[in-house]
Design a protein around this ligand. Structure first.
Ligand code: HEC
Length: 151
């Protein structure tokens, strides 16, 4: 009897978690989520940019790890740029919602460049990796130029 009681409690709490995940996230929450992903992209891209610019010693292990993190992170922020968030205070310019095709194109560009970086980071060619880090940096910058409030 005790065992089945525990099963019921577990089933109920899993149900609550699934319910929370399915509920429509609030606009403020979406903004926090996309900013969190951007902050992590900055965290894991920063050291790679430093290596590509010769400001930090090249470390193939860190490049491989960060490239894998970034390959995944780069797919996470976009669904949080939902039109429901357009009146929430953030650093996203109105252009994000007014030129959705252009924004999506800039997002795909980043995903593609980061996926290439992930692949190149596994080939072990330092020069190719550094060139690709540069291409990623340009993809970040191009989008910020058009879609993010100037800092
Ligand atoms: C397709 C567009 C786009 C691309 C590509 C992009 N960003 Fe962003 N980024 C934004 C927008 C828009 C904001 C402002 C978001 C907000 O305030 O809600 C932002 C914000 C940020 C922030 C500030 C986060 C905060 O709230 O403090 C950092 C850091 C950042 N981006 C890093 C990066 C890095 C690093 C890359 C490349 C690896 C990158 N971004 C690629 C659009 C982009």
């Amino acid at each position: 009897m005790r065992k089945s009681g525990v099963t019921v409690v577990v089933a109920l709490s899993l149900g609550a978690v699934a319910g929370a995940a399915l509920a429509q996230a609030k606009p403020e929450q979406l903004v926090r989520q996309r900013q969190a992903v951007m902050i992590l992209q900055g965290k894991y891209f920063g050291p790679l940019a430093g290596m590509a610019q010769g400001k930090a010693p090249y470390n193939a292990d860190i490049v491989r790890r960060n490239a894998a993190f970034l390959d995944n992170l780069s797919r996470m922020p976009w669904d949080a740029f939902d039109p429901a968030t357009k009146d929430v205070k953030s650093n996203a310019l109105p252009a994000v919602f007014e030129q959705q095709d252009k924004f999506k194109e800039a997002a795909s560009r980043l995903e593609n460049e980061l996926h290439k970086l992930y692949e190149v980071s596994r080939s072990g060619d330092e020069n190719a990796v550094k060139t690709q880090i540069g291409a990623v940096g340009k993809a970040c910058g191009a989008c910020h130029e058009n879609f993010r409030q100037k800092q």
